[in-house]
Design a protein around this ligand. Structure first.
Ligand code: PAF
Length: 302
């Protein structure tokens, strides 16, 4: 374990001096959590792949407000990247992440090397089957179910290792959140899954570590994503869902953006929906803008 005393300024924000304990090995993390667990202290887990932004920090702050001990994992999980995806260039800045995590309330950061998570001979996967992992990003022509298999495998391992009372995820990855809820319920993990709202830049762009890939001109165009989703919701409420989707596509086309998908689905089951009804509807969008594949969504409440 490295115990760190931290002092940093990020942008204009002075970061409070904090101590965060960093573990690289499963056994050490398990040992560190034994005491708190024995003392019945509640544990909150915030799984991340690092390069933290306000979205992650909102999860950490929520965990800090609700739990006695806040554990953040920091692991760029190779199992959820397909061939040709951005594993090698995924942005990383561990030092800055540790500062920010400590300031937002993390007590413990688990930042293992790949061989600690997937040691030689590793041969197990946790997969949610069916529609939840086969549509939207799960479509075999897109990231495919293998992406979600990578996510559920690593998240199941983290649940086993940390034994959290509550685990925090962002609504920006709405499909991932639905898949993780299913996995936790199906495998009887005694954990409450909290999904917190998307955090956006002042102009509406959903925060994402991958926004770092955007060149200035692409960054400007990317604002059309949130604008399109606002349009979809407005038109869906005032006219029909189909009219909303059509108007959203026009908004994207006007910015020269061809979506991989812009679809309306039941927010929990991900069945396609044709009109608003008495259940929340997820309108989800994915597109490539310059070097970044971006996703965004809006949840239309009944
Ligand atoms: O959302 C992410 O950052 C990742 O998919 C997660 C949940 C940390 C698993 O690697």
């Amino acid at each position: 374990m490295d115990r760190m005393n931290l002092n940093l300024v990020v942008g204009d924000t002075p970061i409070r001096n904090e101590a965060v304990s960093v573990y690289r090995a499963r056994a050490a993390l398990r040992a560190a959590l034994e005491g708190p667990r024995r003392d019945r202290r509640t544990i909150g887990l915030v799984p991340t792949m690092g390069f933290l932004h306000e979205g992650h920090l909102s999860l950490l702050r929520a965990a800090r407000a609700e739990c006695d001990l806040v554990v953040m994992s920091l692991f760029v999980n190779p199992a959820q990247f397909g061939p040709g995806e951005d594993l090698d260039r995924y942005p990383r800045d561990e030092e800055r992440d540790l500062w920010l995590a400590g300031d937002a309330g993390a007590d413990v950061v688990y930042a293992p090397p790949v061989a600690e998570v997937y040691p030689d001979g590793f041969a197990t996967a946790v997969a949610v089957s069916g529609q939840l992992t086969e549509v939207l990003d799960g479509d075999p022509a897109r990231r495919s179910p293998a992406h979600f298999r990578g996510v559920t495998t690593v998240v199941a391992k983290l649940f086993n290792l940390v034994g959290p009372d509550v685990a925090y995820f962002g609504q920006k990855d709405a499909q991932q959140a639905a898949v993780i809820r299913r996995m936790a319920a199906d495998l009887d993990f005694p954990v409450r899954i909290e999904v917190l709202p998307i955090v956006r830049e002042a102009d509406g762009l959903a925060m994402s570590s991958r926004n770092a890939y955007l060149e200035p001109a692409d960054r400007e165009r990317a604002v059309a994503l949130s604008r399109a989703l606002i349009t979809v919701e407005r038109e869906a409420r005032s006219a029909t869902l189909q009219a909303g989707l059509e108007a959203g596509r026009h908004e994207l086309a006007a910015a020269g953006i061809e979506p991989e998908y812009l679809e309306a689905r039941d927010a929990e089951r991900l069945d396609p929906v044709a009109e608003l009804g008495d259940r929340p509807v997820l309108v989800a969008l994915a597109t490539q803008i310059g070097a970044a594949r971006l996703i965004d969504n809006v949840l239309i409440q009944p």
